[in-house]
Ligand binder design. Structure first.
Ligand SMILES: Cc1cc2nc3c(=O)[nH]c(=O)nc-3n(C[C@H](O)[C@H](O)[C@H](O)COP(=O)(O)OP(=O)(O)OC[C@H]3O[C@@H](n4cnc5c(N)ncnc54)[C@H](O)[C@@H]3O)c2cc1C
Length: 707
């Protein structure tokens, strides 16, 4: 058996230990801030036994200090031989954040004291394996940031986000936030518009709460430094979008989301109670079933850059991981929107709701129609609803205005109606795009309201003040998600959720334009007091923490697989991902049918099994993770949730249109729920939700009481 290297930094010594009968570790630890690293091992089994032994050394690892944790590193390759100097260099390198494979062949003991100051200079923050916070927030869009800023007033907060801090759907939002801020407008009118757009499937209590609390949330945002457009009279400049009967959209030109994200990120970065973990991919929640309930203790994450698996344990976990646009090939969502949040929550046995309602934005920039075609891009560029609100007109390629044939509200009809009308035109005329024209408006007005859209189009040779814009529908927003109550609570204890990842009941069967930033603001705020109460009350005990930190962990695939295995897995996964997106586009798009949904279901099943077979063939096992694999697994899961929910709804309502059931059916006016495969108690939810027998997606038929 090969020996192990055990290194400790910022303390005194490290040892290299070898043993035939398993690890015998002797630590010479001087301070509590000991960081332990295994940089080599001979077999997974050995490693795992070693890890258990290490974790049992409670006096060493169970320190009251948050930063005293243990980090483990696995490898099966022996690159360095048994030279002590190489081991030392390897350990140093390791702490500089590089990925190393450093098994050694000889036992050695070396005092580290002499090198300590040098090492400290080079390595101010060693990576740790488990971190403890009062609140763990997954996602750095508007929902996550807004929540973090509030709970940071009472405790420590970790924000975990999978890419750059700003990368989120929030950052791309153009139109604005809807809120009743004009004296001639009314909350009742906003409520009515929301419910009409939602095809009467909205939860009325939720709608009322959001519309009433919205104006206050927008004012708070401004107090935090978000700067919105004002008219010459000094009042907020409010625009009007499809489905709204008043001007009530607060905006920052056509880059509202970017401005909100900027303001919130600045506040977060200045907050000493908040620690930011960017490029940390949340893999799965740490959950435990207790009777008929499930409790969440935190989350396992993968540091995408260093490849470490880092465990976060906390009193409350707030899931704000956004949307799932990338289950489709054409989406306005950035690359991060792969439905991770919904998939993780589903695996953690949270109730999921209304997944059939995927919003396709009618007007995304059609690359085919541009004078200069952009190179391949991850997401399509959105031409905001506000362009139609400002008088934009839709034409087919013969420059015939077609919306009057479909709806009396013409271009200002809700998005589902406009998207279906465009799809009908494209199919009938066998064309790839239609036009959205705003060029009849004064160019000064166009450029002042839509500077970003104008600039992006100009990059591709199109002047929107003179030419019509080629557009097509694209997947844009997920109305369904994790079922939450009025305080953002989910059916999993200790797990709260806010923003696009949720289904609060606000949107019903279709989202009213600019209501989603609003929903995220309202619910991230509403979750604050109840979750603080939970963290301080029920919370998480020392015993829970000790238990949770010892639960089995996953391993980053590159620590185990070789370059060729990884390359094969990666290429195949990318190809399967494209195929999944195509299945969803072809069979689960804007217009659906039972037959096509069943084809999608069968094809997704086949795809999943072929994909897993291929992974296994290349040495993968279920304990191995990397970003591509995790995203793919989540995309498959969310795609299946959408298809099974769509099959369950035997009517056409809002965003779900099926040719087999083209009409609204009043007795089907209930949300769709997907329950975990064992009975759960819904005690944690304040909102009345419909109780269902334990089956995958079905439309609920009656309201049940909450025990
Ligand atoms: C192009 C575009 C325009 C839009 N325009 C408007 C508009 O004008 N008005 C409006 O109201 N709404 C608009 N929306 C919708 C709105 O922007 C979103 O619904 C809202 O911003 C969602 O906020 P969120 O905080 O829930 O999620 P997001 O802002 O998407 O944030 C999710 C966060 O979670 C992180 N994350 C995801 N998965 C993981 C993981 N596994 N591990 C760690 N982190 C993870 C992401 O990196 C991101 O930081 C628009 C959306 C798009 C795409």
């Amino acid at each position: 058996m090969e020996p192990l290297v055990v290194g400790s930094m910022a303390s005194s010594s490290y040892q290299v230990v070898t043993s035939e009968s398993g690890p015998q570790t002797r630590f010479i630890a001087r301070s509590l801030s000991l960081h332990v690293s295994i940089v080599g091992y001979s077999s997974m089994e050995h490693c795992s036994r070693f890890r258990q032994a290490l974790l049992r050394r409670n006096n060493l690892l169970r320190s009251p200090r948050q930063d005293t944790t243990c980090m483990l590193r696995f490898t099966s390759q022996n690159k360095f031989g048994g030279d002590c100097r190489k081991v030392q260099a390897a350990v140093d390198d390791f702490y500089l954040g590089r990925t190393l494979r450093v098994p050694v062949a000889a036992a050695c003991l070396r005092n580290h004291d002499k090198d300590e100051s040098r090492a400290k200079d080079r390595l101010p923050v060693p990576v740790e394996e488990t971190r403890y916070f009062n609140f763990i927030v997954i996602g750095s869009g508007v929902a996550g940031l807004r929540y973090a800023l509030e709970v940071a007033k009472v405790g420590s907060v970790a924000i975990v986000t999978k890419s750059e801090p700003h990368e989120s759907n929030t950052n791309y939002a153009q139109g604005g936030v809807s809120a009743v801020l004009d004296p001639s407008d009314s909350v009742e009118s906003h409520i009515r518009d929301t419910i009409v757009a939602g095809a009467f499937l909205c939860d009325e209590e939720t709608v009322e709460v959001v519309c009433r609390e919205g104006p206050e949330r927008v004012k708070e945002l401004m107090a935090m430094g978000a700067s919105f457009d004002h008219s010459e009279d000094g009042q907020l400049h409010l625009t009007k979008e499809g489905g709204h009967s008043h001007h009530r959209i607060v905006h920052a030109a056509d880059v509202t989301g970017r401005e909100i994200e900027r303001a919130l990120l600045t506040a977060v970065q200045n907050n000493p109670n908040i620690s930011f973990f960017e490029h940390h991919f949340a893999i799965d929640f740490l959950t435990k079933q207790e009777g008929s309930s499930v409790r969440c203790y935190g989350v396992d994450t993968l540091n995408i850059k260093s490849k470490e698996v880092l465990r976060f344990i906390g009193g409350v976990t707030m899931l704000a991981a956004g949307g799932a646009g990338h289950i489709y090939p054409n989406t306005t969502n950035p690359r991060v929107a792969t439905g991770d949040g919904v998939a993780m929550a589903h695996r953690a046995c949270a109730v999921i709701s209304n997944m059939e309602f995927v919003q396709f934005h009618p007007t995304a920039l059609a690359d085919e129609g541009l004078p200069i075609r952009p190179k391949h891009r991850e997401n399509v560029f959105l031409i905001s609803e506000a362009v139609r609100g400002a008088g934009g007109i839709l034409y087919n390629q013969s420059m015939e205005r077609f919306m009057p044939q479909y709806d009396s509200r013409w271009e200002l009809a809700p998005r589902d109606v406009v998207a279906r009308s465009i799809e009908d035109q494209l199919k009938k005329r066998k064309e790839k795009y239609i036009y959205l024209d705003i060029s009849h408006k004064p160019s000064k007005e166009i450029l002042s309201h839509f500077p970003n859209i104008a600039a992006v189009c100009l990059q591709y040779g199109l002047d929107i003040t003179k030419q019509p814009i080629p557009v097509v529908p694209a997947a844009h927003y997920m109305c369904g998600g994790i079922q939450t109550g009025l305080s953002g609570e989910t059916s999993v204890w200790g797990l709260y959720a806010a923003g696009e990842v949720t289904c609060t009941g606000l949107h019903g069967a279709n989202r009213l334009a600019s209501n989603s930033l609003l929903e995220a603001l309202v619910f991230s705020r509403r979750a604050v007091e109840p979750s603080i109460e939970y963290a301080l009350g029920v919370g998480i005990s020392h015993q829970d923490i000790d238990e949770a930190k010892e639960w089995p962990r996953v391993i980053e695939a590159s620590a185990v697989l070789d370059k060729f295995q990884l390359q094969n897995i990666s290429t195949f996964t990318a190809c399967q991902r494209e195929q999944l997106q195509q299945i969803m586009w072809d069979y689960v798009g804007i217009v659906r049918s039972t037959e096509r949904l069943e084809i999608a279901q069968a094809q997704l099943k086949e795809l999943e099994s072929v994909w897993e077979d291929c992974l296994c063939k290349h040495g993968w096992n279920p304990l191995m993770v990397n970003t591509e694999l995790c995203e793919m697994r989540n995309l498959i899961s969310v795609a299946n949730l959408v298809v099974s929910s769509a099959l369950a709804r035997q009517e056409s309502r809002g965003l779900h249109y099926t040719t087999d059931f083209p009409d609204l059916v009043e007795r089907q006016r209930f949300p769709t729920f997907i329950f975990p495969s064992f009975p759960i108690s819904l005690k944690g939810n304040s909102q009345v939700i419909y109780k269902m027998p334990v089956e995958p997606a079905r439309i609920s038929e009656k309201r049940g009481d909450l025990s």
